[in-house]
Design a protein around this ligand. Structure first.
Ligand SMILES: C[S@@+](CC[C@H](N)C(=O)[O-])C[C@H]1O[C@@H](n2cnc3c(N)ncnc32)[C@H](O)[C@@H]1O
Length: 268
């Protein structure tokens, strides 16, 4: 029987764009792109944003001077968010937005290669993560950059398999149970902060330092985002090295259920 999916990434992004997005968050998103790639400006470089979500990182790449931005997402609400940000930026002709899936061959065959291919927190939500990574890597120009973030694999009783089960439960639940699960999750996070002698109010307020994201949006995304796959940092590294001879230029890894980030360079 097919799994029931009731969570919409796009609707959650719409709430983010309407309730939280502001100049501070845009500048944090720019900072995160600059910091991880080591590039102060994207001038002269083309950028593909796979699974653009709110469109924030397409906007950030555009503001950093990317010569061409191509954004796409499977969820029509995400596409609408991205279009809204583009409209607010004056509808630049060198920024295109489409609705489509990274797993759809006929769609991806029409996409031109780019200098920077960005897909943060997306490829593990497609239902076929390794094929999605393979397809995404095809867009990278020779000598170009491949910036991806993939959920970490955690073994054991509170690991990735349990999280997958929790996501299934969340997606099958009524609105009220969803709210209960969200508040239980928030309570656990707050408790953990208190035990670590951190002030939850300032931690949540400063959450935007995390790529411009919002704590409240990420809570729902973490619980609802489905399909869900995961891989250890080593698995992603070996896959990209063996399949495409990519060289790892930067990485940020975690030892929890969060995401490992990778910056690979394709050979010339
Ligand atoms: C967790 S969000 C990440 C959004 C954005 N990359 C960011 O960093 O904020 C995942 C996004 O991937 C999109 N997505 C899921 N499956 C996809 C697919 N097969 N092709 C393209 N986008 C997909 C979802 O609709 C969602 O907007």
């Amino acid at each position: 029987m097919a799994e029931k999916v009731t969570f919409s990434f796009g609707r959650n992004w719409r709430d983010f764009v309407t309730s939280f997005l502001n100049e501070d968050r845009i500048s944090e998103a720019e900072k995160s792109l600059k910091g991880f790639t080591g590039l102060e400006k994207f001038n002269g470089l083309s950028f593909i944003d796979i699974g653009c979500g709110s469109g924030l990182f397409s906007l950030a790449a555009y503001k950093l001077g990317a010569s061409k931005v191509m954004s796409f997402d499977l969820d029509p609400f995400s596409v609408r968010c991205c279009e809204y940000l583009k409209e607010k930026e004056g509808n630049p002709a060198d920024w295109t937005i489409s609705e489509g899936s990274i797993l759809d061959e006929s769609f991806i065959n029409k996409i031109e290669k780019a200098d920077i291919v960005y897909s943060w927190g997306v490829l593990h939500h497609t239902g076929n993560m390794w094929q999605a990574i393979r397809n995404a890597a095809r867009f990278v120009k020779s000598g170009g950059l491949f910036f991806i973030a993939i959920y970490n694999r955690v073994e054991g009783p509170f690991g990735s398999k349990s999280w997958l089960e929790l996501k299934r439960v969340y997606n099958r639940s009524s609105r009220i149970v969803k709210k209960l699960l969200e508040y239980s999750f928030i309570s656990l996070i707050v408790l953990k902060m208190l035990l670590m002698l951190k002030n939850p109010v300032s931690e949540i307020k400063n959450y935007k330092k995390n790529r411009g994201m919002s704590f409240w949006t990420d809570i729902k995304d973490s619980l609802g985002g489905y399909p869900y796959e995961y891989a250890s940092a080593g698995e992603v590294f070996r896959f990209c090295k063996q399949e495409f001879c990519f060289v790892l230029e930067n990485s940020k890894t975690v030892n929890n259920l969060g995401l490992n980030e990778f910056l690979f360079r394709s050979p010339k």
